[in-house]
Design a protein around this ligand. Structure first.
Ligand SMILES: Cc1cc2nc3c(=O)[nH]c(=O)nc-3n(C[C@H](O)[C@H](O)[C@H](O)COP(=O)(O)OP(=O)(O)OC[C@H]3O[C@@H](n4cnc5c(N)ncnc54)[C@H](O)[C@@H]3O)c2cc1C
Length: 452
């Protein structure tokens, strides 16, 4: 009997879908062109003893599906919650690092924002809703809370999540919660106060708030998650199988690969958008074109291992983000060994630096030596690095994270059209439903429920 469901692509989206469909008793096979599951999620330890994350370093438990998946794979004992000090985050202004204020009194005292910017915030509850259908993140922020917050809060935050630019990203699609806050409450501040009040009342009733997201990883890093799915469903996974073409026949679909043809009733494309576009081209050129047009800027991820005594900054937080107006050569740095234990050997610290994105797409492809110099120079200037790192590991993603830019609704509509026009075909991946690991898992679970 041929398999009835095939998933093409074993990043976290495809891997999670495999888990849910297999649990639901579906006859399913996953084809992955690489040697392991995980896609951009990858962890290893280098010779100097640093834990290297090539993609995500952590993820937020922003929806219950991530924790449920961790539970269901028996990984709760290996899960790590970020050091509470990680609530402290730094932003660079005029060459100096300032902590992001975490409470209203801290905000009033903070020198990160000027007095006029703080006073401008008082107008926010009285500003009306958007006059246009779709705004960029930058337009929204400028309109509601002013340019200084755009430059010193939102611009660095957006590059931390999407490696993107607020001028291009769509508020509605890239930050749907903010969009909803304005739509429902007419004001971000009013919405935040009401949300805070509801949480306080729930806490008084002894309820644990579901929406208090935690930042998590695993003792052995993020790859633990896809590796556990690979181990659990080994018999339903074919590694080293690259699907080159999709054909339709009277019974359903044929996935043509380097390892032969796979005939199925249902096929789920869980690859990046460009590969999905290539496979979809003969069947739905319109959706293929939309997928191909998604912007994916390059990002380089550098892990530098230093002697603790060679870094003057206390590294007492999650890390630092760099606003574009500061004109530096990096997007930000995660203080990885502060965030989770065992990221660096005793007496050492590991820093993970992000370079490029939509802001400086030319930088990630400069090559190992030039990027090593560039990153060290930035660490010296911003964190007081006194000597070069003991080890330096670089991963350059030519196409890192899909950008949900203004007009993204058209992309999503055309994907949905393709699914209607092509029964038995589904598209899944981080270009739809959110880019975080937790978002990908939620999208996979929703799709599994729809299929089952
Ligand atoms: C540098 C970086 C940092 C990030 N940081 C964070 C973070 O801190 N927190 C967070 O939550 N998220 C983060 N993300 C986002 C998140 O990691 C990704 O959005 C998510 O892991 C994508 O998963 P995916 O399965 O959709 O895609 P991918 O991981 O791209 O998986 C697609 C898979 O399809 C396979 N494939 C492609 N073509 C074929 C084919 N023809 N046949 C068979 N297989 C094929 C690929 O080999 C790959 O395994 C980061 C992403 C990057 C790149």
């Amino acid at each position: 009997m041929p398999t009835s469901h095939i998933i093409i692509g074993g990043g976290i989206s495809g891997a999670a879908l495999l888990h849910y469909l297999a649990l639901a008793g579906k006859d399913v096979l996953l084809l992955e062109k690489g040697k392991r599951l995980g896609g951009v999620i990858g962890t290893h330890r280098n010779d100097a003893g640093a834990l290297i994350e090539t993609g995500p370093n952590s993820t937020q438990t922003s929806n219950p599906d991530l924790l449920d998946l961790i539970e269901s794979l028996g990984l709760r004992g290996q899960m790590l919650e970020a050091n509470p000090i990680a609530r402290n985050r730094y932003i660079l202004r005029d060459g100096k690092l300032y902590p992001v204020p975490a409470s209203p009194p801290a905000f009033l005292r903070s020198s990160l924002f000027s007095l006029p910017a703080k006073l401008r915030l008082l107008r926010e509850p009285f500003i009306g809703r958007a006059a246009v259908q779709e705004e960029s993140v930058a337009e929204f922020v400028r309109r509601r809370i002013g340019s200084e917050f755009l430059e010193y809060a939102i611009n660095p935050f957006v590059s931390g999540v999407y490696a993107g630019r607020p001028e291009r990203l769509s508020l509605r699609h890239a930050f749907p919660k903010l969009h909803k806050l304005e739509a429902e409450h007419g004001s971000l501040i009013r919405g935040a106060i009401r949300g805070g009040r509801a949480r306080w009342q729930a806490a008084r009733r002894g309820e644990v708030p579901r929406d208090r997201a935690k930042l998590v990883s695993f003792q052995q890093g993020m790859e633990t998650l896809p590796a556990a799915i690979e181990q659990r469903w080994r018999g339903r996974i074919r590694l080293g199988v690259a699907v080159q073409r999709l054909q339709r026949d009277a019974d359903g679909w044929v996935a043509v690969s380097n390892a032969g043809d796979f005939r199925v009733a249902r096929v789920i494309l869980a690859t990046d958008a460009t590969t999905a576009a290539t496979l979809l081209q003969p069947h739905h050129p319109g959706a293929a074109q939309s997928l191909r047009e998604i912007e994916y800027p390059p990002v380089a991820v550098a892990v530098s291992l230093y002697r603790r005594s060679d870094i003057q900054h206390p590294l007492d937080g999650f890390g630092m983000l760099i606003p574009e107006v500061e004109k530096r050569k990096i997007l930000g740095v995660i203080f990885s060994s502060t965030l989770f234990p065992h990221r660096a050997p005793e007496g050492m610290v590991a820093l993970t630096t992000f370079i490029g994105g939509a802001r400086q797409p030319e930088l990630p492809l400069l090559g190992q030596d030039r990027l090593a110099e560039l990153v060290y120079a930035e660490h010296a200037a911003l964190l007081g690095a006194l000597a070069p790192p003991c080890s330096f590991n670089l991963t350059a993603w030519e196409r890192a994270i899909p950008q949900y830019n203004v007009g993204y609704g058209g992309v999503l509509d055309s994907i949905a059209d393709a699914e209607i026009a092509l029964p038995g075909l589904h598209l899944l991946g981080n270009y739809r439903g959110g880019v975080s690991v937790a978002d990908c898992i939620q999208s996979a679970r929703n799709l599994a429920a729809a299929i089952a």
